[in-house]
Design a protein around this ligand. Structure first.
Ligand code: NAD
Length: 362
């Protein structure tokens, strides 16, 4: 009789908006066994078990430490508010488990560094969600660049700007101690990472930025389909920015302009990456398309609009890749060093916004 294929035994922690999305991906991945669920609110786990028709005896925990100690797990999947990412990841790594964690890596660079060091010490995989890298248009552009199509990429712009779309206003998203910040850390991680990854991961060396908080008292309706995350709390804390703009310099001389808002007076929500190379520039669009701007041998300007196929589910693809890294030794895409550099950029932009000066990264 054929030996049963080894499955990745996962304990999921944080069964809120995003955690439920992760569970969907796990149940659709035949190589994952969902062993236990953990949330401070046990009813959230019960509901998920019912919704996904999981084994009704699936153990539920309210304390991640107890789950890690009692269950026979290979890995944990963390989708709690940001302040718990490093606490849970370090604990799990120290207990010999692999870790998949939602973005942002951590609420500051020293916490992100603790995660990286714990993963190195334990020799276990630490992968943080980088769903944007896994969309079909991102993969298409990455290959185009790696094949030399763009030449030397020397500058770009990226952003995720919303007109009205503050997630979980008054709750953890808008509380600096729990989230690490506003749209810069919430949305910045997505598009800055996608840009730097496409640029070939140059090392950031200096940043400059401004942040603003102008919409704490504004209760206009949201026009953002992406802002439904987190639970609102009437009269809760709002001590983060609602808009950030900045500029990043890299060790290879390249630069990147950035802008992120949860609320600002613009025409409509837009997520974008636009990079310029010596041979071609390109635009990544949030509808799954992309454009390539170049010229032919006769110097005639050429606009290419390649068919990248359906955008796909970047979150599910990232989680599936994590299972293949652990089970099959598949090549890693996310490297913890990239996460530390990312959070260093964000910390330094917050510092620059306070001091009004460019901040060098060390
Ligand atoms: N990649 C993406 O596109 C994306 C989108 C939205 C959110 N996120 C990230 O996912 C994470 C969760 O966001 P969300 O929108 O699902 O938030 P949420 O508030 O809906 O869910 C968080 C859940 O974690 C639980 N929780 C809190 N502290 C806990 C602890 N110590 N132990 C166990 N459970 C705990 C809460 O009870 C809640 O159910 C955040 O880090 C966020 O940045 C990522």
């Amino acid at each position: 009789m054929a030996k049963a294929e080894k499955k990745l035994r996962i304990g999921s922690i944080g069964i809120g908006g995003m955690g439920n999305g992760h569970l969907n991906a796990h149940v659709n991945n035949k190589r994952v066994e969902l062993v236990a669920l953990c949330d401070l609110i046990p009813e959230k786990c019960e509901k998920a078990i019912e919704r996904l028709k999981l084994d009704p005896k699936t153990p539920i925990y309210t304390d991640f430490r107890e789950m890690i100690e009692k269950e026979d797990l290979d890995a944990v999947d963390i989708a709690t508010p940001n302040d718990f990412h490093s606490i849970i990841a370090v604990y799990a790594l120290e207990h010999g488990l692999h870790v998949f964690c939602e973005k942002p890596d951590a609420i500051n660079a020293s916490e992100a560094l603790k995660m990286k060091e714990a993963s190195e010490k334990a020799g276990k995989v630490l992968m943080v969600m980088r769903n944007n890298r896994y969309y079909s248009n991102s993969q298409y552009i990455k290959k185009f660049i790696e094949d030399g199509g763009a030449g030397d990429i020397y500058c770009g712009r990226c952003g995720w700007i919303r007109r009205r779309g503050i997630p979980g206003k008054g709750g953890w998203f808008t509380t600096k101690a729990k989230s690490g910040g506003g749209p810069l850390i919430d949305l910045g991680v997505h598009m800055i990472d996608l840009s730097i990854w496409l640029m070939g991961n140059p090392k950031p060396v200096a940043v400059s930025g401004c942040t603003f908080s102008k919409f704490a008292e504004n209760d206009a309706e949201s026009d953002s389909e992406h802002s439904a995350f987190g639970e609102k709390k009437a009269g809760g804390t709002f001590d983060v920015e609602d808009l950030a703009m900045g500029f990043i310099r890299f060790d290879n001389g390249a630069c990147l302009q950035i802008e992120f808002s949860w609320a600002s007076n613009i025409e409509q929500e837009k997520r974008f990456v636009e990079l310029r190379g010596t041979k071609a520039g390109f635009t990544w669009n949030d509808d799954g398309t992309c454009g390539i701007w170049t010229e032919d041998e006769d110097g005639k300007l050429v606009d290419l609009k390649p068919d990248c196929g359906a955008m796909g589910n970047g979150h599910a693809r990232a989680l599936e890749h994590f299972s293949r890294i652990v089970l099959d030794g598949a090549e890693k895409d996310y490297i913890p060093e990239q996460g530390v550099n990312m959070i260093k950029i964000l910390d330094a932009i917050y510092e620059s916004a306070k001091t009004g000066r460019e901040v060098a990264l060390v």
